[in-house]
Design a protein around this ligand. Structure first.
Ligand code: MNI
Length: 477
């Protein structure tokens, strides 16, 4: 069954998770969060405010590894929502189909898609995706994705059949496959070297591609028999270090994104991830890319009543913990790599607003899960626009020529402040939606440069001094 569709009764898994994580949660201390001061920057030096989709789940299990997604689909998304970012799913099994053999034709297909985004001014984060380790965990190949079959060692341990995909994470065979990957068994020290080298091959391909701004090293890591800080500060941090080092031998500039273990942190609990040393010339380019999937939402409660209160508590805890982890990793930028939900649930769009305003407050980029058609996505399978589109089509500064300070986004009002960097010659760029800014924007606090009613991009002129600027944009009459 498709991941992320029927989420059903996660209670059993949540209970197990709660038990496993009890120590870590108990030790959590909450303090006042400070918004992340750190942003990914483009080649012009501008701070990037990233808004886009995960593209897409449909690539996970198909032989060619490509999403069901065309250039026409991208044009539509761009016109409808003004996105500037994509978290593009790639997979280890496609990069390295047999040990030490890398598939150039696969990388060509990825390169072609990256080109579509690049031509439209997007930033791309490549995400080495996995769920449940690998498609080889079941004979049908339909449950997991990520690692190549040759790297899947279950040592004869069983994997059952489950309606809820997350339950496979508790099967002995799946746990063993992870334990072998992390070399907790002591039997497979070579697998993490293969993983790091597969990333090196990817980085070699994209090092000189300015549209590719980040590498998300592993989707939703899972530690097998090791959970929580023992896993995160141990083998997970080691893998990230090894992989970052491999990438830096061929690519000095692309940001390296690290994610916490999914279990727990997706529900707002703290991460014990260790810092990764970025061995590049110049400032480190490490980013932190957690996900959020509040449990009450996944249990089908929507964003109303007691479920809403519980979700709010989760979002607040998630924000505080993400900010603390980003600070501990060296004041690194944050990208919310995934959040999403069935938007037919009651209150769903209020939740979408809640998460985007939290991300704006944190200075975090966002990739919505996902671009696939259906009840979680922007369009129906027949192409009909869904309610998500209008909810996501908001004004935002795509790139800021300086240090962003405050960002408040409403459907018909944009407010932000920043400290200008006069060494940046490229302009600050604002996206203004046609649906709420039909005649463009009325700007207070900045001199207006070019306005392109086709692309809906407004450029602001470079200020003449470095005094902090506060800009407010409302719909023009
Ligand atoms: O909800 C999860 C999730 C739950 C539990 C676990 N473990 C027990 C390890 C891991 C992950 N993930 C949410 C979304 N992420 C994938 C893609 O990355 C989507 O299909 C899910 O909806």
């Amino acid at each position: 069954m498709a991941l992320g569709m029927r989420r059903g009764t996660l209670v059993t898994l949540a209970t197990v998770g709660a038990l496993v994580l009890a120590g870590g949660i108990g030790a959590a201390v909450r303090s006042d969060p400070v918004p992340s001061a750190s942003y990914l920057t483009d080649d012009a030096g501008r701070a990037l405010i990233l808004r886009g989709f995960n593209t897409a789940s449909s690539s996970k299990s198909v032989p060619d590894g490509m999403p069901e997604f065309t250039e026409v689909d991208l044009d539509r998304e761009h016109t409808d929502m003004g996105t500037n970012f994509v978290r593009f799913l790639i997979s280890w099994r496609a990069v390295e189909p047999s040990p030490g053999q890398y598939d150039d034709a696969y990388l060509d297909r990825v390169t072609e898609r990256v080109g579509w985004f690049s031509e439209r001014g997007y930033s791309v984060m490549l995400d080495m995706h996995q769920d449940l380790y690998s498609s080889a965990i079941t004979p049908s190949g339909q449950s997991g994705n990520g690692a190549p079959p040759w790297a899947t060692y279950m040592d004869g341990l069983p994997v059952g059949e489950h309606d809820m995909w997350e339950m496979y994470y508790l099967d002995a065979g799946v746990i063993r496959a992870f334990d072998n990957f992390w070399n907790t068994t002591g039997q497979h020290p070579e697998l993490s070297d293969h993983y790091a080298n597969a990333w090196k091959v990817v980085a070699q391909r994209f090092a000189d591609n300015p549209a590719v701004v980040a590498y998300d090293l592993m989707n939703e890591p899972y530690g097998g028999t090791l959970q929580g800080p023992v896993f995160e500060a141990g083998p997970l941090t080691s893998l990230y270090q090894k992989t970052a080092d491999a990438i830096r031998t061929v690519d000095q500039d692309t940001w390296v994104c690290v994610a916490p273990q999914a279990m727990g942190t997706n529900w707002g609990t703290p991460s014990g991830l260790g810092a990764v040393d970025d061995r590049r010339d110049g400032d480190p380019r490490i980013a932190y890319c957690p996900h959020i999937y509040p449990l009450p939402m996944d249990l089908g409660g929507g964003y109303v009543g007691s479920s809403r209160s519980a979700v709010d508590i989760t979002v607040d805890a998630w924000r505080d913990n993400a900010l603390s982890t980003a600070a501990a990793l060296g004041d690194v930028p944050i990208i919310l790599g995934e959040f999403g939900l069935d938007t037919t649930l009651p209150g769903a769009l209020d939740y979408v607003d809640r998460v985007y305003s939290t991300a704006a407050e944190m200075g975090a980029g966002v990739a919505y899960w996902s671009r696939d058609p259906g009840s979680w996505g922007p369009y129906e399978k027949d192409g009909t626009e869904r309610n998500l589109v209008a909810a996501l089509d908001n004004p935002y500064p795509r790139a800021i020529a300086g240090q962003p300070l405050v960002l408040v986004i409403e459907s018909n009002r944009l407010e932000f402040s920043y400290t200008p960097d006069l060494s940046i010659t490229a302009p600050t760029e604002i996206y203004l939606p046609a649906r709420t800014f039909p005649n463009g924007g009325a700007v207070v606090g900045a001199d207006v440069g070019r306005w392109n009613p086709e692309t809906r991009i407004l450029e602001l002129k470079r200020p003449i001094d470095v005094v902090d600027k506060a800009v407010v944009i409302t719909p023009a009459a």
